[in-house]
Design a protein around this ligand. Structure first.
Ligand code: 6PG
Length: 247
């Protein structure tokens, strides 16, 4: 591993990056749990999170009963029970393997406005402690693609159209067979909602993320590459593999 700055860690493989992020999240959670009863955290549902979630699911140090879990986005229009639903992914990878204090996963199956109200109330009920996130090929955070990303958004969660690069990424990731299968709209937590957390743990892997990572680390802070805003956060920790990060 090489440490470039205090908060940027680069590993030989995606597995090492994910596991190191897992250890960092675990350590942070254990410390928090000594100080406060409840920890509120937001999870991303994406292949970059696989090793991190696998590590967390096996942790014997985290008291999951005192964790309130959220996810950050969900497709609109997928049939009930679809494997691509982010809620299903998190259920499979982590939520079914631990006993959570509570979980609020976004559902787009019913009335969208009611869901926006439900999630807004749950998120704003108390501060968010940490977020585990990835970065899209177009630099998106959750589903805040460049055309809809707003660093000053006053909404907690909103309905968005997904841009073409984002939808193609879902095909490249192997989540959908063709572009036509990827929904065109989604619900997403906004960028201010994610950035309000005290600590962020960001895992990005693969050479297809090189441009997004280069922009996130060195580019001008702009919604053209939404992940650049992470650099304004006082405690954002990055875990890259060597394929995604080039000096
Ligand atoms: O996972 C989510 O909930 C988000 O929609 C998304 O922001 C994702 O974290 C990135 O697109 C990275 O995805 P990959 O890990 O698949 O590249």
């Amino acid at each position: 591993m090489s440490v470039l700055y205090d908060n940027i860690h680069v590993f030989l493989t995606a597995k090492e990056a994910g596991q190191a992020a897992g250890r960092a999240v675990e350590e942070h959670l254990v410390l928090l749990q000594k100080q406060q009863k409840e920890v509120r955290m937001i999870f991303a549902a994406a292949p970059s999170q696989d090793y991190l979630l696998d590590y967390l699911s096996q942790s014997t140090k985290i008291v999951w009963e005192n964790v309130v879990a959220f996810n950050m986005d969900e497709y609109i229009g997928l049939p009930v029970g679809s494997p691509q639903l982010f809620a299903s992914y998190l259920e499979d990878r982590l939520f079914s393997k631990v006993t959570l204090g509570a979980k609020y996963t976004i559902s787009a199956e019913g009335d969208i406005n009611e869901e926006i109200q439900r999630v807004t109330a749950a998120i704003t009920a108390a501060p968010i402690d940490l977020v585990c996130l990835g970065i899209g090929e177009n630099g998106h955070l959750a589903f805040n693609d460049p055309p809809v990303a707003d660093f000053d958004d006053d909404q907690v969660i909103k309905e968005v159209e997904l841009d073409l690069v984002c939808r193609q990424q879902q095909v490249n990731d192997g989540c959908f067979a063709t572009l036509d299968d990827v929904p065109a709209t989604a619900l997403t937590l906004t960028i201010p909602t994610l950035l309000q957390a005290d600590a962020l743990f960001c895992v990005v892997v693969g050479k297809h993320k090189r441009e997004a990572v280069a922009q996130a680390v060195h580019g001008a802070i702009s919604t053209d590459w939404p992940a650049t805003i992470l650099r304004t956060h006082a405690n954002c920790n990055y875990f890259f593999d060597k394929d995604s990060y080039t000096e």
